[in-house]
Design a protein. Structure first.
Length: 355
């Protein structure tokens, strides 16, 4: 039993839960720790809106602030996201067994699973973007506005999700809905726009790196696997995964499957990524975790492909291979996701500075 527990907490994604906080996570705690108004004031000096920090402030008041407890909020958000994925899949595919398959692949996605244990806003962004997409598809506009607005107040790259959604409405020729949605969302985001303008005016050079050829041709694989270049010999594998995603996307398009949610999923996956890559040719803004919502779109594309396979035998083989490869990928990735312990660093600095 001890050997099993040791393996789980050292060689599986549970390892991410028990590590010391690293710099960005410590920054989240610093912003959120001293009350709502102070969190909002400090957030005005950050590029991320305040919603996540306000939720973290409440979480700390209720449950405390050890590493495991703090990361527990992201874990809970991820579990809520998986429940939402199951409900959405059940509605789209009308098959409990395929809804479970979709949810399992989503749960094992290395990108989503890594950030499920990160004390940052990325799991919350995935949740709100997913719910926003679903309610757009369902034409339940009040709920669409609610979750899209929450996404906007979670992370600025929600804007690229909205851009994709407006493109979807454009090809659906829902021009009135584009105008109404845009006006309402702009009005609801108005309180933060002034701060956003001040932030951009006062910002210096960004730390993001330009998009190179490797990133461009492997971006779908990078986003699916959460790959940032470490270890450095996996670029070709990421390109193969990208080719796989493009291939099944092309297969679904050629099949001319008349599913509005499939069309929306294609847009969900590709349009935000293409926009970010295009802008990054002028001003680097691409960071794989900022477009984490595309990972969920990729999983839904895989799910559509599996669902429409005619051979049930081939489908079972494909599902088994995908799940096994994801499990192995998550185990392999653990050794490359060691966080720099911010507490240990501060302790060492303090010891050095003592007279």
């Amino acid at each position: 039993m001890n050997a099993i527990i040791t393996f789980l907490f050292n060689h599986t994604p549970l390892f991410y839960w028990t590590q010391s906080l690293w710099r960005d996570e410590a920054f989240s705690v610093w912003i959120a720790q001293d009350g709502i108004m102070e969190a909002i004031r400090r957030t005005s000096g950050d590029y991320n809106p305040p919603l996540y920090y306000l939720l973290l402030n409440l979480w700390m008041k209720l449950f405390g602030r050890t590493e495991i407890v703090l990361r527990g909020m992201s874990v809970c958000i991820f579990i809520i996201f998986l429940i939402a994925v199951y409900k959405i899949s059940l509605h789209i595919f009308h098959s409990p067994s395929h809804a479970r398959i979709t949810t399992l692949i989503m749960a094992l996605n290395p990108m989503l699973l890594y950030f499920a244990f990160e004390l940052r806003m990325y799991s919350l962004l995935v949740l709100f973007s997913c719910l926003s997409m679903y309610f757009l598809y369902a034409k339940r506009w009040r709920w669409y506005i609610v979750f899209t607005t929450l996404g906007m107040y979670t992370q600025p790259f929600m804007a690229f999700v909205i851009a994709g959604q407006m493109f979807y409405l454009l090809i659906q020729k829902q021009f009135k809905q584009i105008m109404v949605n845009s006006a309402i969302l702009a009005l609801l985001y108005l309180p933060w726009i002034r701060i956003l303008i001040i932030q951009f005016k006062s910002s210096g050079p960004m730390w993001m790196y330009p998009v190179d050829q490797n990133t461009f041709f492997s971006v779908l694989g990078n986003v699916f696997m959460g790959y940032e270049g470490t270890p450095g010999n996996l670029w070709n594998l990421m390109k193969l995964i990208s080719i796989f995603i493009i291939s099944i996307s092309s297969w679904l398009i050629v099949k001319k499957l008349h599913s509005p949610f499939l069309r929306l999923t294609l847009i969900w996956t590709y349009i935000p990524l293409l926009l970010v890559l295009f802008i990054s040719q002028v001003k680097p803004i691409y960071v794989h975790r900022y477009v984490i919502f595309a990972s969920a779109g990729e999983v839904f594309l895989i799910s559509f492909w599996l669902y429409h396979l005619k051979s049930q035998t081939f489908k079972k083989i494909a599902v088994t291979i995908i799940i096994c490869l994801l499990v192995l990928a998550n185990i392999f990735a653990v050794s490359f996701h060691q966080k720099v312990a911010i507490r240990k660093s501060f302790t060492q600095i303090g010891a050095i500075l003592q007279p």
